[in-house]
Design a protein around this ligand. Structure first.
Ligand code: CP
Length: 317
């Protein structure tokens, strides 16, 4: 595995999940493989889970982790090739990236989309420039389009909780929100479900919220939410803004917020969400506080997912 920015970077999702579960059982089993190695964590946006879990994962492997809030503390980066830099940007990413590559063994970055310019966001200019110019493995801590460390923890959570000898039915459902949010978590979960191919996967959302087909890749889209929820084993709840009418909120229908009544339509489904969650907007208190909720387990599993990824990247260096 050269980089970790999408499900398509991973040679075997099952092996990565197995390794993550092994770290969960024995966190310090590889506590020396990272001795003398450093990871850099660049943040252009806020984070709690991703930032802390990745630092803990690095520490468990004996690595040093250095966090840099590059949006607030660094120079404004220019991304455009051939730019005449007479504006607000101070340093070209072509110059910054090799320097970062000389300081670190692995470079991790969080860079959200603007939700203003779909082509620019979906070109993933920051990630692709870092991959091109750092010369070291690059890990996405959530990019403009995907959130692979979250998705790995999500797949791990489904793997460790589903005990029946059949494929689980997993439903990704849109839920309302007061702000336009990126499509990243939903894109990423859909991509991982498709590549993993170990679940019956259904996506449900109001019309207009279709995700990019490069991620949904033939997944069943069911606009009838009640029909989608029938016999679900897992209900993954997430808001996203429109992809086609880019970055727009097209619905605020509170009927799309899952409640315990919705769980009655399912196979007593477990409820998932990446967090942070807006209580009683995206998900009801009663569901989040119920035994059906896996949200804390998902967030806890972020440590083991990150540890499995970092171990794979540094073992092969
Ligand atoms: N789920 C997630 O990525 O959480 P943070 O934004 O707090 O890192």
């Amino acid at each position: 595995m050269q980089h970790f920015t999408s499900a398509h970077d991973v040679p075997s999702i099952d092996t990565l999940v197995k390794n993550a579960l092994a770290y969960k059982s024995d966190p310090l089993m590889d506590s020396h493989i990272g001795t003398g190695k450093r990871i850099g964590l660049l943040f252009m946006n806020p984070s709690m889970r991703t930032r802390l879990s990745t630092q803990i994962a690095a520490r468990n492997l004996g690595m040093d982790a250095i966090v840099f809030n590059i949006d607030k503390e660094g120079w404004a980066l220019e991304l455009e090739d051939g730019a005449v830099m007479n504006g607000t940007t101070v340093e070209h990413i072509k110059d910054a990236a090799p320097v970062l590559g000389s300081y670190f063994d692995v470079l991790c970055v969080r860079s959200f989309p603007t939700l203003q310019d779909k082509d620019a966001d979906y070109s993933e200019a920051i990630l692709s420039s870092l991959k091109k110019y750092t010369g070291i493995p690059v890990v996405s801590l959530e990019s403009a389009t995907l959130h692979p460390l979250q998705s790995l923890a999500d797949v791990m959570t489904i793997s460790e909780t589903f005990t029946e000898k059949r494929k689980p039915k997993v439903v990704l459902t849109w839920a309302p929100h007061i702000k336009p949010l990126p499509q990243c978590v939903a894109n990423s979960f859909a991509e991982w479900m498709n590549v993993w191919d170990a679940a019956d996967f259904v996506i449900t959302h109001p019309e207009g919220y279709e995700l990019g087909t490069q991620y949904t890749n033939g997944a069943t889209i069911e606009y009838d939410r009640n029909k989608a929820l029938q016999n679900a084993d897992y209900v993954y709840v997430k808001n996203w803004s429109s992809y086609n009418d880019y970055g727009k909120i097209l619905s605020t229908n509170a009927g799309w917020m899952p409640t315990m009544t919705d769980i009655d339509k399912t196979n007593n489904a477990s409820v998932m969400h990446c967090l942070p969650v807006r209580r009683n907007i995206e998900l009801s208190d009663e569901l989040l506080d119920s035994a059906n909720s896996l949200v804390t387990r998902q967030a806890a599993n972020r440590v083991w997912a990150a540890q499995a990824v970092l171990a794979e990247l540094i073992k092969q260096k």
